[in-house]
Write a protein that binds this ligand. Sequence first.
Ligand SMILES: NC(=O)c1ccc[n+]([C@@H]2O[C@H](COP(=O)([O-])OP(=O)(O)OC[C@H]3O[C@@H](n4cnc5c(N)ncnc54)[C@H](O)[C@@H]3O)[C@@H](O)[C@H]2O)c1
Length: 270
Amino acid sequence: MTDLADKVALVTGGGTGIGRGIALGYARAGMKLALAGLETAPSADNQYLSAHLGGYSAAEAAAAEIGGDAFAIDADVADAASVDAMVARTVERFGRVDVVVNAAGVITACPIAEMSEAAWDNIMGVNAKGTFLVNRAAVLQMRAQGGGGRIINIASIAGKFGTATLTHYCASKFAVVGFTNALAKEVAREGITVNCICPGIVGTQMWTLLNDAFAEPGETPEEAYARVIDRYVPQGTPQTDEDMAELALYLAGAPHVTGQAINLDGGAAL
Ligand SMILES: NC(=O)c1ccc[n+]([C@@H]2O[C@H](COP(=O)([O-])OP(=O)(O)OC[C@H]3O[C@@H](n4cnc5c(N)ncnc54)[C@H](O)[C@@H]3O)[C@@H](O)[C@H]2O)c1
């Protein structure tokens, strides 16, 4: 297993939820961290139901918590120039990038008849196109460094099976899984591995939105969350961002695992 101390990691969505959990795990392993987040988005079609995501402020807070030379970058994964600048800033600061984790992602819940083109475009733009842009920039940088590197895309079990009212989100996450598998084969001889983590249910802002969306008449969001976990997760418990950090640490160190989309879901997608 590779020693991760002093390796440089760039984590998008690194100020909140799963991205933050992975960043903290990487910091504990002695890695140097660039945390990217988006403060203001062009769209309110997301789990915050607002164009103000506060992702950069959150990344700044996480970087301060980590300390050392961890730092935050305001970047939009759906915008090519912003993504390229994000990688350039990381290289400017640390001289290289060894691990890129793309955890930035958005969700809404909506029946097909009510789904706007704008909502579809935003979910696909951030989750699917964002994955393409971040992975392209990562590969170009890793290649410029002479090869080698780890790319970890945070997909979802929604990239393994469909869920009603999440057609756009499921389409975007199936796209991330397929993209990852194809890119892994393309760059395999360069020592770059590309994998997905497919989380099940982690109680982040995403589930704040979904609990409201999935609540049945008379049910509180907390009751909806408990019902969904009981019904869909064989182990009967949600997963944690620490679970995601453990797998992200493993993938950051594993030289011969590539092209995989690993479910970390208590058995939900078996
Ligand atoms: N929470 C879960 O149960 C769960 C399950 C499966 C997959 N996921 C995936 O995990 C990832 C992280 O989600 P989370 O649950 O931690 O929620 P979260 O809301 O805490 O994290 C999403 C992050 O993405 C950032 N972001 C959104 N749009 C962006 C953009 N255009 N550019 C840059 N950053 C942007 C947000 O600011 C936020 O920091 C997402 O890709 C999500 O689809 C989550």
